[in-house]
Design a protein around this ligand. Structure first.
Ligand SMILES: *[C@@H]1O[C@H](CO)[C@@H](O)[C@H](O)[C@H]1NC(C)=O
Ligand SMILES: *[C@@H]1O[C@H](CO)[C@@H](O)[C@H](O)[C@H]1NC(C)=O
Ligand SMILES: *[C@@H]1O[C@H](CO)[C@@H](O)[C@H](O)[C@H]1NC(C)=O
Ligand SMILES: *[C@@H]1O[C@H](CO)[C@@H](O)[C@H](O)[C@H]1NC(C)=O
Ligand SMILES: *[C@@H]1O[C@H](CO)[C@@H](O)[C@H](O)[C@H]1NC(C)=O
Ligand SMILES: *[C@@H]1O[C@H](CO)[C@@H](O)[C@H](O)[C@H]1NC(C)=O
Ligand SMILES: *[C@@H]1O[C@H](CO)[C@@H](O)[C@H](O)[C@H]1NC(C)=O
Ligand SMILES: *[C@@H]1O[C@H](CO)[C@@H](O)[C@H](O)[C@H]1NC(C)=O
Length: 434
């Protein structure tokens, strides 16, 4: 397991290499490298009791067993899902009461595919129709193991193809968690996003392995790796993501986020936004460092997407525009791309194809102090001769956007960028249409 590596690198103390898993939480801050979190992450208290989750093993609902074990081992214990056992979760679990507890997952934890039950009972999370299978929150909670959380998404992919307005559950609802480590862990077949992290702080995601493709003609859609909302001081690192939407996405009111050492395949990139979706709301994304990312088979590498000042529609279930706010101090440093449509995409016209309308109603959301640096690799050629686009809806709402060391080209060797309403003297790019 990776735990011993983390401890070795963190403390360099041989005596700890084989330390019990309870000790891992002590090194949350030290486990973050090469960059450190914006603020130190709190340590875990020792776990001194162990509870095993009972299982039926025949598809019957085990959620009551999970709750029973959590109640018994909360405040200083460890709850174990045993190796080679299958657990079925058929009820929405409210796990926001957790404190100083570990969930050690070795077995196969599968959510039932009773789409009627979940649509009625999944936890509604007030943002963008987000609903989660469970909500996990509290203080000092670690979730890890060589087991799997399986969203059993096929029934959902097929149902969504028939009705885009169904409410598809998110696999991991991390809601109101203050202090915690999630990972190493495998996540499979989420019906929708893999993680929704809201009202949380001081959380480390380390060693997450995400994958889940549809086995029918109906693709698994909106399978974002992480969506962060109303959260601060979060680290996401050392993870592999095979999905079909944003690899990581920073939604409203997120600050002090470090993302490093990710391998993303098939995604829509690492995205700020979308923001400004709801009129009357103020969305803020501040202080984000994205470092050392491999981005393959994606629509975008680095992306900042903001809705225009006028109402717009991206799809039947995604509409918006008119909100205000701020995107400030965002750095993307080190990205290797291959078969990516745009290496960099900044737009303030998200969801609006009519550029005239977009410029008539500029975004009310300001973008400032942005740095893209050290990108390399080859795009897909989809937007030849361009490999990126940085388009603001007015020069008044974008400032200090910088790009340097961007060594990206299309398969034909082109390297054009569309640069509109931005200070091109700060962009060391081949801006063709400025
Ligand atoms: C977060 O906390 C706020 C304020 O307590 C609450 O209104 C909201 O429902 C919580 N959850 C989410 C997802 O924002
Ligand atoms: C629902 O889940 C069960 C248990 O994993 C599986 O046997 C069944 O094929 C699934 N049904 C659909 C429609 O995916
Ligand atoms: C985000 O923060 C701003 C400024 O504090 C606040 O006005 C707004 O209501 C917050 N939005 C959400 C969704 O929490
Ligand atoms: C970059 O991330 C990869 C994993 O995707 C890792 O193997 C490599 O060591 C990282 N490089 C640095 C400089 O941290
Ligand atoms: C990477 O994504 C592509 C789709 O873009 C998919 O065909 C391929 O199987 C993925 N690779 C892995 C290792 O999952
Ligand atoms: C801006 O982000 C960088 C990391 O890229 C961080 O070191 C710096 O402290 C941030 N600035 C502020 C004012 O928080
Ligand atoms: C990208 O997609 C191609 C074709 O689907 C696949 O062969 C390749 O393995 C993918 N790259 C990665 C890193 O998964
Ligand atoms: C785009 O918006 C402008 C300004 O509102 C409008 O005059 C024009 O008809 C629109 N074009 C299309 C194709 O809808």
């Amino acid at each position: 397991m990776k735990i011993s590596n983390v401890l070795t690198q963190a403390w360099g103390l041989l005596a700890l290499v084989n330390a019990p898993v309870e000790a891992r939480g002590h090194s949350r801050t030290e486990a973050c490298h090469p960059h450190h979190p914006f603020k130190p992450l709190p340590s875990s208290q020792p776990r001194t009791r162990t509870c095993h989750v009972a299982n039926h093993g025949d598809g019957q609902d085990d959620s009551a067993n999970v709750l029973a074990a959590l109640k018994k081992c909360n405040n200083g214990g460890k709850v174990v899902f045993d190796t080679d056992k299958t657990y079925t979760i058929g009820k929405a679990l409210d796990m926001t009461f957790l404190k100083h507890v570990d969930l050690e997952i070795h077995g196969h934890v599968q959510f039932s595919n009773d789409t009627d039950y979940w649509q009625a009972n999944a936890f509604k999370q007030i943002y963008q129709n987000a609903a989660t299978f469970f909500q996990l929150g509290g203080e000092d909670v670690n979730v890890y193991g060589d087991g799997v959380l399986d969203g059993n998404g096929q029934a959902w992919y097929d149902l969504y193809a028939k009705d885009p307005l169904i409410l598809r559950p998110i696999l991991m609802g991390v809601i109101g968690l203050n202090g915690g480590t999630i990972g190493p862990l495998k996540l499979r077949y989420s019906p929708q996003w893999y993680h929704f992290v809201a009202n949380s702080s001081d959380v480390l995601f380390d060693g997450i392995d995400i994958s889940g493709f549809s086995s029918s003609a109906n693709t698994a859609k909106n399978t974002d790796g992480w969506d962060l909302y109303r959260s601060t001081n979060v680290v996401i690192q050392n993870s592999v993501i095979n999905n079909g939407d944003d690899c990581v996405s920073f939604k409203p009111n997120v600050s002090d986020i470090l993302v490093q050492n990710l391998h993303c395949n098939g995604s829509h990139g690492i995205s700020v936004g979308s923001l400004g979706q709801y009129p009357g709301e103020v969305d803020i994304v501040q202080n984000v460092l994205v470092y050392n990312i491999s981005m393959f088979n994606a629509s975008d590498g680095a992306r900042i997407k903001v809705w225009p000042g006028a109402a717009s529609a991206l799809s039947t279930d995604l509409q918006g525009g008119g909100g205000s706010g701020l995107v400030k101090n965002i750095t993307y440093d080190g990205m290797t791309i291959d078969n990516v449509d745009y290496a960099i995409e900044v737009t303030q016209c998200y969801g609006q194809k009519n550029l005239t309308l977009c410029n008539e109603f500029p975004s009310k959301l300001v973008i400032e102090d942005i740095l893209f640096k050290n990108f390399k690799g080859v795009t897909s050629g989809k937007y030849d001769p361009n490999v990126g686009t940085i388009v603001c809806s007015s020069p008044d709402v974008c400032s200090n956007i910088n790009a340097k060391g961007i060594e990206v080209s299309s398969p034909d060797g082109d390297d054009g960028f569309t640069c509109t309403n931005v200070d091109v003297s700060l962009l060391d790019l081949n801006c063709d249409s400025s």
